[in-house]
Design a protein around this ligand. Sequence first.
Ligand code: MRU
Length: 336
Amino acid sequence: MCESRTLWWDDGLWLIDQNKLPGELVPIRMKNVRQLIEAIKTLRVRGAPALGSAGAYGIALAAQLSHAANAFDMIQELEMAADMIKSSRPTAVNLSWGVERALRAATSQETVEDIRECALREAEEIAEEDIRINKALGKNGAKLLEDGDNVLTHCNAGRLACVAWGTALGVIRSAISAGKQIHVYACETRPLHQGSRLTAWELARDGIPVTLICESMSGSLMRKGRIDKAIVGADRITKDVVFNKIGTYNHAVLAKYHKIPFYVAAPLSSFDLRHEEQDITVEERDPEEICALAGVRLAPEGIDVYNPAFDATPLELVTGLITEKGIFRPPLMPPV
Ligand code: MRU
């Protein structure tokens, strides 16, 4: 087993169950594609780059478990699995990117054995690439951070959101590896608390100084001069906006007002420059996520609830897009 990774293949697909964190670090084995889809929908595995790898491994898993007698039948099964996996969460573009890449590799083969081998090889390559890309992206972004900086982040764009290392937190890790002292303000990230459960956990575990705040506190901290920079991840970057965890837009507006640089760290696989904001489906989640906290109901029964998982931040609020190919200052975009 390989618990330094968020997901990995070891005679089958394994992932860290993020819903058990920070209490328990538990790897679970995905018995089939249905179980993987449940894990994606319930955020046992989450974060755009991790979803890209999970999607690709999902195709490898479908091929491994298939009893198809010939390549044609197996490809039909894989295409069905691909559609189901892709529709499990609509906003992060990496999920369909990973699924399609593995499917393309598989469908170029002519025997069931080759399809199995090729789908797995592609998924493993995507996972390895994810780590290399995050390290490159981290190194590029680390130049933007100065010794002693206090950095605000939202949700979890760390190693738990990727195969390892992280995007926004990867930049922070790289700056620290380069000898800079960085302190992080992690927003708790209502309603599912990826900030308090995951970001605070993984930073504290690595000995990186972190202070947990509610997202509603970021403006006040900026006003007091306690935040030097903000870095977040992305689920999808279109021609005009960055989709990321709900609440990101608020921080970006506040950062602009307080003249604080606001950076987005993301691999090129999160860019979708053929589309714009209006083309994208923003996932809306179960109202219960807002009505209850740790199983205790807080809101009155029957109350109307709006629970979008992501928001869109216009590119004019973004100081720089940190990628593995360098830093792009909108309207300049990477060639993807
Ligand atoms: O709903 P989640 O937890 O999957 O949302 C994750 C985020 O919004 C992350 O910031 C984003 O995926 C970037 S992860 C490097």
